[in-house]
Design a protein around this ligand. Structure first.
Ligand SMILES: Nc1nc2c(c(=O)[nH]1)N[C@H]1C(S)=C(S)[C@@H](COP(=O)(O)OP(=O)(O)OC[C@H]3O[C@@H](n4cnc5c(=O)[nH]c(N)nc54)[C@H](O)[C@@H]3O)O[C@H]1N2
Ligand SMILES: Nc1nc2c(c(=O)[nH]1)N[C@H]1C(S)=C(S)[C@@H](COP(=O)(O)OP(=O)(O)OC[C@H]3O[C@@H](n4cnc5c(=O)[nH]c(N)nc54)[C@H](O)[C@@H]3O)O[C@H]1N2
Ligand code: SF4
Ligand SMILES: [Mo]
Length: 693
């Protein structure tokens, strides 16, 4: 039998590395990094080792499943689609099209991003919710408001990198793919050029371990740290005066706003010595080419949007925007957006969260839990696991149970699919086509995710499924594509490339190399054409025109009783071996990292009587979980970090989001404080001293 190699891209995480997959008799025989792919140049991470077992896992969903009194029953695709069309048709007729919600996940692939979008369009619902209240959207709102775009770090020309709440060494999230010689060599290449690396992080992360300088604020206090730096930059005259005079609105207002926010004020809040805050401000302002790479560590806090706005202030006042070696707007590969509906009516939560670009999850959840008039009645979960991903698992499950009809599309059984009326088995990344657009300083390019093997069982690609569903409901006339092939041609049409072009050459440049200071022609893409740190839009919607520090809900003085009962601050951690809630049971990864852990400082472990590797019960007012202890100085006293992502039926372990709170959130984004909650720890007797991770 002949072996052949297929070039494709990985779908485990957003890096979307190029792969070369060996195939024999329809089975994967080898997985290697593609040396020609600009993002990874042959590198692959530990997760790629699980690709074969992802396709072949016994736990995969293989057939449509329908919930019955006696449990889940296998049904045919015809029955599944007829039933779904019937139920969704009835619900639309009775409650209106807005009563359908799509629950989306992290857009690790474009199929994940776009699946069921078009269906929502023809059905007539604007209610596309997702996990974006916890992910990048808080930062995106801040950058879009301030600069009118989302800049990327210009790694190749910088002299200083500040990783702020980001841990790319483990997350591989160096930026939105702004690399052309392998993202994994960004730090080594920077070192060769004597670039200084700073990490702002309350924990000793994998990235902190490589940094020259570690700035260690108390968790959730970044806005204060940054405002203390802004104060220094203004008082010491370190800002870029010509840039500010010409391009930044409201400088005098900014100056007055931060007048009292001295480094000493910031020290009291953050615990970072005032002199260190001044030095960091001087270092950043004084380095001609310097990047701040913001990360997800700013999010899942109740002050996340304002913390990101403060970072925008730092970039703006020092003029390090769209300049070589700063935060730069790369050219973007043009794509055609799906013609979803222009909503006639407001989406859920639009009034309470007017600056959020879609229905934020807490608003959808509240609507369901409080049985609001006009609440959602039907849901389609695609490529997401909201029951594990959103705060307070018990309440999230209760909210989803409040739907009249829930469809879950996944490749494995999950804590969410078990609640569904109908489970649809999907083809996994290597069992279908997909594509991806990347940004880089050498130009934006497209890459094809070629199908490598046939879908397992009766699993199918999403675009075929949604078209079939629309057809059964008589909604197919407005569909611009019937299947994945047509979807790709439709979406990349502005590049004048086609799927066939990508098939002849799977990596195609389709946007020019970076050009700097584009604002010199026509300004920034904001209403004033200038950098808008002072925001009329925020002010008009009841938020501050300038960002402020608001203490986390969990600060001891706000609720002394809770602080006594739950004396530790809990936060969240994502092991490099996994992405979110996925694939914990795949043998190659499970053998390396078999279960979730809580990281505890040695002094706390000693006072609590917790030994290395011992099982611990962690509790919060919402519930309790069981995890194994890692005693480590990588975390400070009083704070414990619990691994996120377990809790599916296929792993049978604890979900950290049992503990997190869903009764408070960032006022702009609805981001719940999954990174900061009160908890208590108790060692469990059965101390099995098995050596694991
Ligand atoms: N406590 C805590 N909570 C968090 C986080 C945290 O760090 N800590 N992180 C937050 C962040 S940043 C994010 S982005 C979210 C992530 O939240 P989600 O995106 O909801 O989480 P995933 O685990 O990525 O869920 C993806 C689901 O898609 C399925 N899947 C995989 N491949 C395919 C496919 O090809 N087709 C289909 N249809 N399904 C597929 C997986 O089996 C899985 O069930 O979690 C958030 N929640
Ligand atoms: N292996 C793996 N890779 C992933 C993912 C995964 O689940 N696993 N998820 C993907 C997704 S969807 C995302 S959004 C990205 C995120 O990738 P990044 O943006 O790199 O964010 P994180 O990896 O969550 O790292 C956040 C860092 O912020 C720190 N932090 C926590 N709270 C605070 C705070 O209050 N202030 C500051 N300054 N720092 C704080 C944490 O200690 C941590 O080191 O990763 C992506 N890549
Ligand atoms: S999981 Fe690993 S190999 Fe796959 S895209 Fe992410 S970094 Fe690349
Ligand atoms: Mo995310």
């Amino acid at each position: 039998m002949s072996t052949h190699t297929v070039k494709t891209i990985c779908g485990f995480c957003h890096a979307n590395c190029g792969l070369e997959i060996g195939v024999r008799d329809g089975k994967i025989t080898s997985v290697k990094g593609d040396p020609d792919h600009p993002v990874n140049r042959g590198y692959v991470c530990v997760k790629a080792g699980a690709i074969k077992s992802l396709v072949e896992s016994r736990n995969r969903l293989r057939y449509p499943l329908r919930k019955t009194r006696g449990g889940m029953r296998r049904i045919s695709w015809d029955e599944a689609l007829d039933w779904a069309a019937d139920r969704l048709g009835q619900i639309r007729a009775t409650h209106g099209p807005e009563s359908l919600v799509r629950f989306g996940g992290a857009p690790v692939s474009y199929e994940a991003r776009d699946g069921f979008l078009q269906f929502m369009g023809v059905y007539g619902s604007p209610n596309l919710t997702s996990v974006s209240n916890l992910c990048h959207v808080s930062r995106q709102i801040a950058f879009m408001q301030t600069f009118g775009g989302r800049p990327e770090p210009d790694y190749e020309h910088t002299q200083l990198i500040i990783y702020w709440g980001s841990n790319p060494v483990a997350s591989t999230r160096y930026s939105s793919y702004a690399s052309y010689d392998g993202f994994n060599t960004i730090i080594p290449r920077a070192r060769d050029r004597n670039v200084k690396i700073v990490a702002v992080d309350p924990m000793r992360s994998e990235t902190v371990a490589l940094a020259d300088l570690w700035v260690k604020p108390r968790i959730g206090t970044d806005a204060a740290l940054g405002l203390g730096m802004v104060h220094t930059i203004i008082v010491e005259g370190l800002y870029d005066r010509p840039f500010v005079d010409r391009w930044v609105t409201g400088f005098e207002e900014i100056r007055r706003h931060v007048e009292a926010m001295t480094p000493e004020w910031a020290e009291r809040i953050t615990g970072v010595p005032a002199d260190h805050i001044r030095e960091l401000a001087r270092l950043y302002a004084g380095t001609e080419a310097a990047i701040i790479q913001d990360g997800n560590g700013l999010e899942m806090h109740t002050n996340g949007v304002d913390a990101a706005r403060v970072i925008c202030l730092l970039i703006a006042l020092t003029g390090k925007i769209d300049r070589p070696g700063g935060n730069v707007f790369f050219s973007i590969v043009p794509q055609r957006h799906l013609p979803t509906v222009k909503p006639q009516s407001a989406w859920i939560g639009q009034k309470e969260f007017p600056l959020f670009p879609s229905p934020t999850f807490p608003a959808v959840k509240k609507s369901l839990l409080e049985k609001e008039i006009g609440r959602p009645r039907a849901g389609i979960v695609h490529h997401s696991n909201p029951v594990l991903a959103q705060a307070n698992q018990k309440n999230t499950a209760k909210a989803l149970r409040g739907l009249d009809f829930l469809i879950a599309c996944d490749i494995f059984p999950t804590a969410t699919t078990v609640l569904a009326d109908l489970v649809l088995p999907m083809a996994s990344d290597l069992e279908r086509l997909d594509y991806r657009a990347y940004a880089s300083s050498r130009g934006g390019f497209l890459a094809l995710r070629e199908k490598v093997v046939e879908p397992v069982g009766e699993s199918r690609p999403v675009f075929e499924v949604e078209y079939e569903l629309a057809k059964r409901m008589g909604l197919e006339a407005e569909y611009p594509f019937k299947n994945t092939e047509e979807w790709i041609d439709f979406a990349i049409q502005p590049t004048r490339l086609t799927l066939n072009d990508l098939r002849t050459n799977p990596i195609r440049y389709a946007a020019p190399p970076v050009a700097y200071q584009k604002y010199l022609q026509g300004g920034f893409a904001t209403p004033s054409r200038k950098v808008q740190c002072v925001s009329e839009r925020f002010a008009a919607n009841g938020y501050g025109a300038l960002p402020v520090f608001r203490a986390p809900q969990e600060s001891a003085d706000s609720d002394p009783e809770a602080a006594r009962k739950f004396p530790y601050l809990g936060t969240t951690r994502r092991p490099a071996e996994f992405v979110h809630t996925r694939f914990k049971d795949l043998p190659p990864l499970e053998s390396i990292y078999p279960e979730p852990r809580v990281m505890v400082h040695p002094a706390d472990a000693w006072s609590l009587g917790i030994a290395q590797d011992q099982y611990v019960e962690v509790s919060s007012p919402r519930g309790k979980i069981r995890v194994r202890a890692t005693v480590s100085e990588n975390i400070g006293p009083g704070l414990v970090a619990i691994d996120y992502g377990w809790g599916n039926p296929t792993d049978g372990k604890s979900n950290l989001n049992v503990l997190t709170r869903d009764d408070c959130w960032d006022p702009v984004s609805g981001g719940t404080p999954n990174r900061l909650f009160r908890c208590a720890l108790r060692p469990l007797k059965e101390a099995r001293k098995k050596k694991t991770a």
